[in-house]
Design a protein around this ligand. Structure first.
Ligand SMILES: Nc1ncnc2c1ncn2[C@@H]1O[C@H](COP(=O)(O)OP(=O)(O)OP(=O)(O)O)[C@@H](O)[C@H]1O
Ligand SMILES: [Mg+2]
Length: 202
């Protein structure tokens, strides 16, 4: 059962990408699909190093240099993990990909949607996921899962813009994106995730 397939999870901070990706990896492996699971930033050694840079506020990264660091990580992930796995015929599960840069830095971060899209096209050599699962959730719900209430208000406003950027992207490319209500219990979310993936694989 070898059929290269690239699927990604997208959505705002804490929407459940890692939780669902892990469960999907397990479910597909049980069904004997060869699976490679990657995430960003951090799937490669370069990614792990960049991750520590990207979370250090004192660096005062400009928006555009942040885009470029994410881009460097993404390219390394493609060369080191994603492309070799697709060449083997694996199903590749990614947590975030170019769409996150478009939503976070391009649209919500104001670098410009088209500018980030053009850059991503170069960085990925045109690699686009076969399927993207958008785990849609109100930031007030997802942030509540993760951090203290103080940060929720400032980050929440930004994430609300990101959330709607993702929703617009999903609406404009319905053949690639499936939007899933991620505010429900994990099992309910996962049942929709698995259904969407199996439908596309079969
Ligand atoms: N459906 C759910 N209901 C309640 N809690 C959940 C649900 N899904 C995930 N969680 C919890 O919310 C937190 C964030 O989930 P997770 O790490 O999967 O999100 P993420 O999208 O990967 O976050 P990040 O953007 O930081 O990578 C975790 O503590 C997880 O256990
Ligand atoms: Mg995660």
């Amino acid at each position: 059962m070898r059929r290269a397939f690239f699927l990604t999870f997208e959505g705002i901070d804490g929407c459940g990408k890692s939780t669902q990706a892990k469960r999907l990896e397990q479910a597909l492996t049980e069904r004997l699909f060869p699976v490679t699971h990657t995430f960003e930033p951090g799937g490669t050694l370069l990614g792990r190093k960049l991750r520590t840079i990207l979370v250090h506020d004192e660096l005062n990264l400009s928006l555009f240099s942040e885009v470029l660091l994410f881009a460097a990580d993404r390219r390394q992930d493609i060369d080191e993990i994603i492309n070799p796995a697709l060449e083997r015929g694996d199903i590749v599960i990614g947590e975030r990909f170019a769409d996150s840069s478009v939503a976070y830095q391009g649209i919500a971060g104001k670098v410009g949607k088209e500018r980030v899209e053009r850059l991503m096209d170069i960085v990925t050599s045109g690699l686009v996921p076969d399927l993207t699962l958008l785990l849609d959730i109100d930031p007030r719900v997802s942030l509540d899962r993760k951090i203290d209430l103080d940060r929720i208000e400032q980050r929440g406003l930004f994430l609300d813009v990101v959330r709607h950027a993702f929703l617009d992207m999903a609406t404009s490319q319905p053949e690639r994106w499936v939007t899933i209500d991620a505010a429900r219990p994990m099992d309910d979310v996962f049942s929709d995730v698995l259904k969407a993936v199996l439908k596309r694989l079969e």
